[in-house]
Design a protein around this ligand. Structure first.
Ligand code: SIN
Length: 279
């Protein structure tokens, strides 16, 4: 397969042209895509238009599929694929915009997913971008005293942090038993494949810093998030029909924008790949 990999910013994201994930991928292309994933952290593959079943097959060139926690978003015909839609509502009738607010996926799992893959099915005419920030760059730029302070800290991650301003949809009863009540992860993690050290924050899931009082922990977490989400660390993805976007949850935060007319549908397929315990 002849393909091109074109960087999208100086630090994060690359566009992949000339790969058709609906068919078999040869070994050399597969290796190149996996290498590019580690180098650029976000891969944007244009003109894919995959069905849910094809998407499930295709992503396995990058790893094993992770079981997502909130099964109320599972597609009945292909339950390992979930959907993201702006057409769902909370019990109080308010519209639910999935993914609004910076986060990393499923960090309340003992082994959070290494990657998330979204495939555009229906997009609004404008807006609804996904923003990514590079947590390795953000960590590298911190002063040495701050690095020394946070290198030894651990965060407690839960399904829904009591401090989160964004409210998630509740888990179905059968999932409440399966999803861990809480897990502890380092605040700075080492990428298991590249060795790069990154901030591992999640304002939706982190409830405490172990051994630190709340009035010290919350300002520290807020300050780190404000630092890490500066525009200089960002790649902002403007969706096009047919886009498949895959990112590395081990070294990025991401968020979806709800800045489009909600009378228009934004609907994407989502699948995740298994990761390992952060260290
Ligand atoms: C997510 O947080 O997984 C959703 C991102 C998006 O919808 O752009």
């Amino acid at each position: 397969m002849n393909h091109e990999i074109l960087p999208l910013t100086e630090h994060t994201g690359a566009e992949v042209l000339g790969v058709d994930l609906s068919g078999p991928i040869d070994v050399a292309t597969c290796e190149d895509l996996n290498r590019a994933f580690l180098e650029y952290s976000v891969l944007v593959m244009r003109e894919q238009n995959l069905s849910a079943a094809k998407l499930l097959d295709a992503v396995q060139i990058f790893g094993e599929v992770f079981e997502q926690h909130n099964t109320c978003f599972a597609l009945p015909e292909c339950p390992q694929i979930h959907y993201l839609s702006n057409q769902d509502h909370y019990a109080n009738g308010k519209r639910y915009i999935p993914g609004a607010g910076y986060h990393t996926d499923h960090s309340n799992d003992a082994m959070p997913p290494k990657a998330t893959i979204l495939c555009a099915v229906e997009l609004p005419d404008r807006g609804g971008d996904t923003q990514f920030v590079n947590m390795g760059r953000a960590y590298a730029d911190l002063p040495d005293e701050m690095k020394a302070r946070i290198d030894v800290l651990e965060g407690k991650h839960v399904y829904q942090s009591k401090h989160s301003t964004r409210k998630l949809m509740g888990l179905p009863v059968e999932q409440q038993e399966k999803v861990p009540k809480s897990v502890v992860h380092p605040l700075v993690r080492t990428h298991p494949e590249t060795g790069v050290r990154s901030l591992y924050l999640n304002p939706i899931r982190i409830e405490d810093i172990i051994g630190m009082a709340e009035d010290e922990a919350l300002p520290l977490l807020d300050g780190l998030l404000a630092h890490a989400t500066q525009e200089k660390y960002q790649y902002r993805h403007r969706w096009r029909p047919g886009d498949l976007v895959m990112w590395d949850n081990r070294c990025l935060l991401h968020k979806a924008n709800g800045d489009y007319p909600h009378t228009q549908t934004r609907y994407l397929y989502r699948v995740m790949l298994k990761g390992t315990a952060p260290y």
